[in-house]
Ligand binder design. Structure first.
Ligand code: SF4
Length: 322
């Protein structure tokens, strides 16, 4: 058994844009453009970027909820992009998702007991008579109580609903979880509680996770490694300690400048990026970040930088990388 549970290899996803009287394909949204990474067993990889970076599409491609335009996803040694829907079914139990908006992902007419019961029954987890005890165990695991099993989603706060979403994902003992911006819809005061819960569960259950977020502050304490995405490409990937202490890429530096430092009184110099992320229909030539990069040079519009190894698992895609 290798260390690697997931390998994403040169993944591309272009969505057709249709228009005109004949509804022909007139353009392509280039959401993901040649993304590669791996996730080891027991590792949490953060995937961070602004909206429009393609990070959520990567999460959906990894789970085969979207069909890739090209590239491959290997899960536990099997190329799951090549599987039929029927063959994919046996991997579904092993790969779960925690959604961004827990309220939208829960049926308002179902009590929590039913939500968890459905997950257990759908994936055929243990005999039906074991389900009530398993539901209690899951509630306690996510910091809720057995007494809350008979409540409806609207009777819970946002943070509690996300705990139910986490319990539902854990119900089937998955090998791998995609957490798709699991705290973005929550109040700041509640975000830390849910992140701490995921961090505790990671240690307790040795979870392997792809943790998608739009800012670096969210993933700092839960991820082992972090990949930074911009306009469908990975700009930098590194062990979390390295990325936060020695970022290489100008985009990572800008994202990091918005993250508060733990030392009181010490502030990072804020780097404000001008403008919005360009349209993925017509990304800039050369380095896709060049239109907002404070350090862009002539070469940046001419040549696309490749991810270059800087040692110890640190890679950056910038022409100024030394
Ligand atoms: Fe900035 Fe050029 Fe580096 Fe891109 S390649 S990040 S534009 S300096």
């Amino acid at each position: 058994m290798t260390d690697e549970l997931l390998r994403v290899d040169r993944l591309v996803k272009h969505f057709p844009v249709r228009g005109g009287a004949l509804n022909r394909v007139v353009n392509q949204v280039k959401a993901v453009n040649g993304v590669s990474f791996d996730v080891k067993r027991g590792e949490v990889l953060g995937l961070v970027g602004e909206s429009g970076s393609g990070k959520t599409t990567v999460g959906r491609l990894v789970l085969s909820l979207e069909e890739a335009t090209s590239g491959n996803v290997f899960f536990d040694g099997t190329n799951i992009t090549a599987l039929s829907k029927k063959e994919m079914r046996r991997f579904r139990t092993r790969m779960q998702i925690i959604f961004q908006d827990p309220y939208a992902s829960l049926n308002p007419r179902e009590r929590v007991r039913t939500v968890i019961g459905h997950a257990l029954a759908l994936h055929d987890i243990g005999p039906p008579e074991s389900h009530p005890d398993r539901a209690v165990q899951l509630m306690e695991q996510v910091g809720l109580s057995a007494a809350q099993l008979d409540r409806f989603p609207h009777e819970f706060s946002g943070g509690q609903r996300q705990r139910i979403g986490i319990a539902r994902a854990l119900a089937v003992n998955p090998d791998f979880i995609v957490a798709d911006e699991p705290v973005s819809a929550l109040d700041v005061s509640v975000q830390a509680q849910v992140i701490n819960l995921l961090s505790d569960l990671k240690d307790e259950l040795n979870l392997t996770m792809l943790f998608i977020a739009h800012d670096l502050a969210v993933v700092e304490h839960v991820c082992d490694r972090v990949a930074v995405m911009y306009l469908g490409k990975i700009m930098e990937i590194a062990p979390a300690d390295t990325l936060y202490s020695r970022p290489n890429h100008p985009y990572t530096e800008a994202l990091l400048s918005a993250v508060p430092t733990p030392e009181p009184g010490r502030k990072r110099d804020r780097i404000t990026l001008s403008g919005d992320i360009p349209s993925p229909i017509d990304p800039p030539t050369g380095c896709v970040f060049r239109t907002r990069c404070p350090r862009a040079e002539k070469v940046c519009s001419e040549k696309m930088p490749k991810l270059v190894g800087l040692g110890e698992g640190h890679f950056s895609a910038c022409h100024l990388t030394t």
